[in-house]
Design a protein around this ligand. Structure first.
Ligand code: PMV
Length: 296
């Protein structure tokens, strides 16, 4: 049996613009997807526990791309504590843990770049047009600046970060990326890139005030491209009035009332503002490691 776990992620700055080659900053978080895979001698089928359409596709695609010889059937067990479809990298973490578990079972060990490319192809089934950011963060861990498929490591930010899950959006990431595209003029893309560059600088200087300013500016831009539903805009406005900075993380939603994860950066307690809307708020920690062998 081989068992691998891969972290989820939060995009701290630059979602949507990253799809068009602009910079983004994302961080692996202490939420994980795990895949255990074992050979099943005497069987020729693939048995699943918690397998989704995407995980089945990820396994089939890895087996065929790596030309894995299948002496018998398999049993695959998926386990995850990353909320699904909420911009926290659940799909990417599942894909990464599956690619590594089946490779390891077949004693195949390829460079990380190979898995980044294959993972992005698999994620495209879901996204349509994945930037590859989620897959890279889940593979490599830590905090990364990502631009045009290239990654640069950054230290894990030492700022007080919280996540509020506003619920699973009614539309998919792919639909949301397509809906936002019409607003993303070259001047708006430049604005996104400028905010992410300032954010990157502020993070390296650990300048909390400037980090919060960048998050507020990023939220304005995300609102302009129509991916922040009205109730979430109102929630973020209230957080801002109380001194926090907040933005959606990930695709957000161009329809419906829920936008998945909202990142909140604050030194104050925002529990009451979240509770008023029935949301829960939890502290989030970055993790330095990416995909790991936990076969024991
Ligand atoms: O909502 P998520 O975690 O799937 O993130 C999507 C981020 C986008 O920039 C909108 C798309 C992408 O592939 O980078």
């Amino acid at each position: 049996m081989k068992k691998f776990r891969a972290p989820g992620k939060l995009i701290l700055s630059g979602e949507h613009a990253v799809v068009y080659g602009n910079p983004a900053i994302a961080m692996a978080i202490d939420r994980f997807a795990e895949t255990a895979i074992s050979w099943q001698p005497g069987s020729h089928a693939i048995g699943w526990q918690n397998g989704s359409k995407l995980s089945k596709y990820a396994l089939d695609k890895t087996i065929s791309k790596l030309d894995i010889d299948m002496p018998c059937g398999l049993e695959a067990v998926i386990d995850s504590n990353i909320p699904r479809g909420c911009g926290m990298g659940s799909s990417a973490a599942v894909i990464v843990s599956i690619m590594y578990a089946i490779s390891s079972l077949a004693a195949i060990n390829l460079p990380i770049e190979y898995y980044a490319k294959l993972g992005r192809e698999i994620e495209n089934l879901q996204h349509g047009r994945s930037s590859g950011l989620d897959i890279n963060v889940s593979l490599r861990g830590g905090c990364l600046r990502f631009e045009n498929s290239k990654t640069i490591e950054r230290p894990i930010p030492e700022i007080p970060m919280y996540v509020v899950n506003t619920g699973m959006p009614e539309i998919t990431t792919g639909e949301c990326v397509a809906a936002a595209e019409k607003y993303l003029t070259s001047s708006l893309l430049q604005d996104f890139a400028a905010v992410t560059n300032e954010f990157d600088q502020a993070l390296q200087e650990n300048n909390l005030v400037e980090i919060q300013n960048c998050i507020r500016a990023n939220h304005e831009l995300l609102t302009q491209i129509g991916v922040v539903p009205k109730p979430v805009q109102e929630f973020i406005a209230e957080l801002e009035q109380a001194g926090a900075a907040a933005k959606i993380c990930g695709a957000g939603a161009s329809a419906g009332e829920k936008a998945g994860a909202v990142l909140v950066v604050t030194t104050d307690n925002m529990d009451a503002i979240a509770a008023k809307r029935g949301y829960s708020i939890f502290k989030i920690k970055g993790v330095t490691h990416g995909v790991q062998n936990i076969s024991g």
